[in-house]
Design a protein. Structure first.
Length: 310
């Protein structure tokens, strides 16, 4: 069963002299208990896409399409209706734990807040539940940690506290934006363990990340974004063994473990993207046909936006 369905989503930032097409006709779904990793280079539109789902974007943004959750289009909900879902049914784990916690509030009170608001639990009981959550996420000793301030937590502990906050209301879906950004290798192992624990609880995950090894360890499927579009959606094993799209192949070849071969050229402009296939100026397989926009082709249950598969 699908928890989240995104259909033909367009997100454009309208500025004085230009329009930035950050998301350009994106469709995908996340199933119950599934982890979908949205990957791509910085600036490919993946974080904007995540923020659009919870309407966390500024007002100069123009959004079209459908974001279906629990049978409702989130784009049609009133601010009040959305508040019922945001933090309760869908949790957002932001990318910078250092700045996402209020420095002058005890962590226990901050983590308890969604339970007070959405589950109507009094503060004392909510903080008691927080201690259990901190213990679950290896923040020890929990009874002491609930009464500490963010500066008394390490970076990894802040990240885990934010995840504890996100899971506190038992949401159906967690969207995590670059959960390993700025985290060193040793701490990454604990972040992987953290998300594995969440997965065991059968929550659905949308992981927005440029960290391919992290995605490989956690995701069931990979969706690849390039210049505001999804160019491939693939089963994780198949993706890391033999990806379909030339951009996916180039991304994997740029990993240190696979030879550190940089992708030639630069990511295209989102104001004036290339005509046809947006990857064509960088693609070694480019032919005349690639000046037409490719459709999505289905290959053995996986999807790829490339004329090579016609
Ligand atoms: Fe390369 Fe053409 Fe496929 Fe685009 S459509 S990825 S340019 S082969």
């Amino acid at each position: 069963m699908w928890v989240l369905v995104v259909r033909d989503l367009h997100v454009h930032f309208v500025l004085e002299n230009m329009t930035v097409k950050a998301v350009d006709g994106v469709s995908f779904h996340v199933s119950e208990g599934e982890a979908l990793a949205l990957i791509g280079e910085s600036g490919s539109g993946k974080s904007v896409l995540g923020m659009t789902i919870l309407r966390l974007l500024p007002e100069n943004v123009r959004v079209n399409g459908k974001i279906l959750f629990n049978g409702s289009n989130l784009l049609d909900l009133s601010e009040e209706g959305l508040r019922e879902i945001r933090g309760k049914e869908i949790a957002w784990v932001p990318q910078n734990p250092a700045t996402s916690l209020n420095p002058v509030m005890k962590v226990g009170i901050q983590v308890a807040e969604p339970m007070e608001i959405h589950l109507r639990i009094d503060r004392k009981s909510a903080v008691q539940r927080v201690a259990n959550l901190l213990k679950f996420f290896d923040i020890n000793p929990p009874e002491k940690r609930v009464n500490e301030y963010p500066h008394q937590y390490s970076g990894g502990m802040k990240q885990r506290a934010l995840v504890a906050m996100g899971t506190s209301t038992k949401p159906k879906l967690i969207i995590a934006d670059e959960p390993t950004k700025g985290i060193d290798m040793t701490k990454k192992v604990s972040i992987v363990e953290l998300f594995r624990k969440i997965k065991k609880n059968e929550l659905s995950l949308l992981l927005i990340t440029h960290d391919l090894p992290f995605a490989e360890k956690l995701a069931d499927r990979i969706a690849v974004m390039y210049c505001g579009q999804i160019v491939e959606v693939c089963n994780v094993k198949k993706f890391f063994k033999s990806p379909l799209h030339p951009y996916s192949k180039a991304l994997l070849n740029s990993l240190p473990s696979r030879g550190l071969k940089p992708i030639k050229g630069n990511p295209p402009s989102m104001v004036n993207p290339p005509k046809g296939c947006k990857f064509h100026p960088r693609c070694e397989y480019m032919s005349g046909r690639c000046l037409e926009e490719p459709q999505m082709f289905e290959i053995d249950g996986n999807l790829v936006r490339c004329w090579l598969y016609d």
